[in-house]
Ligand binder design. Structure first.
Ligand code: IMP
Ligand code: MG
Length: 205
């Protein structure tokens, strides 16, 4: 397809500024999910201010320790990157990826580890970093799995906690969030909109 600006099979025309990724890419450019981006729920500057506060709180709580931040991919990647830079003690980073067996937007509570940690967490001070606690089932599963590996401590830092899930046990949480489905700042709908700098409502068509 070199020299062409049409992505085969997608009907998606690029502007020509998008690099030709060649045949090595498996995922094609997909069409946008049906729906639209609605109102801003949490603006970028508000996110930044709260992440600074969380970083300061963690800095205070982990003086003389070297916490291991465990990000849950992919949703936590933006939050984790800002949070790590807002913490003023040395941190280490690792990532896990999980997939829920739930269909669509509902979580079944049955979770499969798609990518496991590279770090042995026994004896470590682990902070699990999540984008959003919705039903809390993913978190409950990860807490059990990581807890079994005998970390010295295990705390949860969630950017968003759905109203009604406040008792999920996140020691550090950014914002309560109403029931609307939200995207941006790492959160997606069908892999789209993770790059938005604010948390926005996604309104399905
Ligand atoms: P839980 O197991 O129901 O707590 O599901 C948590 C996961 O569902 C999060 O890590 C997100 O990946 C996803 N999720 C839940 N609500 C939203 C939302 O409003 N926008 C994007 N992803 C969401
Ligand atoms: Mg997620």
């Amino acid at each position: 397809m070199r020299g062409s600006n049409a992505h085969p099979g997608t009907g998606f025309l690029t502007s020509g500024r998008v690099p030709d990724l060649g045949s090595a890419t498996v995922r094609r450019v997909s069409s946008l999910p049906a729906g639209s981006i609605g109102r801003t729920v949490i603006a970028a500057d508000v996110l930044a201010a709260r992440v600074s506060e969380l970083g300061a709180q963690i800095t205070e709580d982990y003086r003389d320790r070297r916490p291991l931040l465990v990000g849950v991919l992919k949703g936590a990647f933006v939050f984790m990157s800002d949070l790590a830079r807002a913490i003023d003690v040395p941190v280490e980073l690792d990532f896990m990826a999980v997939s829920s067996y739930g269909t669509g937007t509902t979580s079944s509570g049955v979770v499969r580890i798609v990518k496991d940690l590279e770090t042995d967490i026994e004896g470590r001070d682990v902070i699990l970093v999540e984008d959003i606690v919705d039903s809390g089932l993913t978190l409950a599963y990860l807490r059990r799995v990581l807890g079994d590996r005998k970390p010295a401590s295990l705390e949860i830092c969630a950017l968003l906690v759905r109203e009604g899930a406040e008792d999920s046990g996140a020691k550090y949480s950014g914002f309560p969030i109403p029931p609307d489905f939200v995207v941006g700042y790492g959160l997606d709908v069908a892999e789209h909109y993770r790059e938005l700098d604010a948390i926005r409502v996604f309104e399905p068509a």
